[in-house]
Ligand binder design. Sequence first.
Ligand code: ZN
Ligand code: ZN
Length: 186
Amino acid sequence: MRLSKPVEIHGVSQALAKGNCPVCAFLRNSQSTLLQGGLHPEEVNGICNFHAWALAAAVNVTNAAKIFQNLLRPACDGSQECSFCVRLREAEQPSLGNSWGRWIGSSCSTGLHTTVALCRPHARRMRQVAPVRLHGSIDEVESRILSDLNLELENLVTRSAMGEKAGAGVLGRMAEFLMSQRGIRG
Ligand SMILES: [Zn+2]
Ligand SMILES: [Zn+2]
């Protein structure tokens, strides 16, 4: 995996414009920042498969090398949880509870929810922390995306049976919907 340069997410509208789950987009941005020096090498005591490989492909080679050096210390015996995953989980909580929950609420009350994207894991976790009055809106967004994707998958199967080469984008969107964006905890 090649890491893109961290991009500042100036607001919900920017993530929305990309047509992806905005919570994933926010976390992906935090992840790039953490992998490129946002997490001090000495703060990294454990690493998962995904983040080890992401670090191996990171642009900031010095930082990556120092993190790996730190992980070679006897104290880091491989039993510690991935420090990047831990930080991302901490970043996710307030975002799900506050800004994104409010955003879903206002999108739904203005009819914007017909174009809102959310991956299923984030829709479900957002539901857990959002006020009860927003549950219906979150469910509505999730089921609308599910039926859209179902239809697109059906079309893809039909078209590929006829020998057409198209629609790989649908598979990617399906993977994102089910498991969150690549490397983001689902
Ligand atoms: Zn997501
Ligand atoms: Zn990790």
